[in-house]
Ligand binder design. Structure first.
Ligand code: SF4
Length: 213
């Protein structure tokens, strides 16, 4: 049976994406091949506990909520993540996947909501974007830009037009916490009438920047 290295499984409110505010079980898989400068989950780069798929499903079920988010690190860095997603869908959960956008999403179960980053220059990892992933997104999915500064904003705006992103799926713009002034970003979106959803990380507003929330 498949097994995965898991950093943590916990229940919180979904802090981002279109599912923001729903009680959600997070399955945080260990490992990430990227090193974004603003990463807030570096504790998931290594360590973790190796768990059989059945044990993960059992822990998720114990929380008794409908929404499950598989995140990381970069969850797709472990190939068995695909099996986990299938198992969660088969068990009847509303499943989402948070991914860096650097790994192929073609084999992700079609019922899984993909929340895919396009890494901006300010992340230091823009060269890792796999643009072919955009062809695997549909209306239920979301592309997320985490914006550090004016250069990132201009870059994201150009990508919106180049890939006609708002026609493919929902687009999310978030400020890098503690770096990009959120009000200024909101005002730019309004000024430019961008067809994107502005968001702040709800869990950080409620509980601050700490693991397991
Ligand atoms: S992809 Fe996510 S987990 Fe990996 S370094 Fe970037 S922010 Fe951190």
């Amino acid at each position: 049976m498949a097994a995965l290295r898991v950093t943590e499984i916990f229940r919180s409110l979904q802090g981002e994406s279109r599912s923001v505010g729903w009680p959600t079980v997070f399955v945080r898989l260990t490992g990430c091949p990227l090193r974004c400068v603003y990463c807030d989950t570096a504790y998931a780069f290594s360590g973790g506990e190796r768990l059989e798929l059945a044990a993960i499903l059992e822990q998720v079920a114990a929380h008794g909520v409908r929404h499950v988010c598989v995140t990381g690190g970069e969850p797709l860095a472990q190939p068995a993540c695909l099996e986990l997603l299938e198992g969660l869908v088969a068990a009847g959960y509303e499943v989402s996947l948070e991914t860096s956008g650097a790994l192929d999403v073609a084999q992700v179960h079609p019922q899984v909501v993909k929340v895919l980053d396009l890494k901006t220059p300010g992340s230091g990892e823009a060269a890792r974007n796999l643009y072919a992933n955009l062809d695997h997104l549909d209306a239920k999915d979301q592309v997320k830009f985490v914006i550090a500064d004016e250069a990132d904003y201009a870059w994201a705006k150009a990508k919106l037009a180049e890939y006609r992103l708002p026609e493919r799926c929902e687009v999310l713009f978030s400020p890098v916490a503690g770096v990009q002034n959120p009000t200024e970003l909101a005002e730019k979106i309004l000024r430019d009438r961008l067809d994107v959803r502005f968001q702040l990380q709800l869990h950080k507003l409620l509980w601050g920047d700490q693991p397991g929330v």
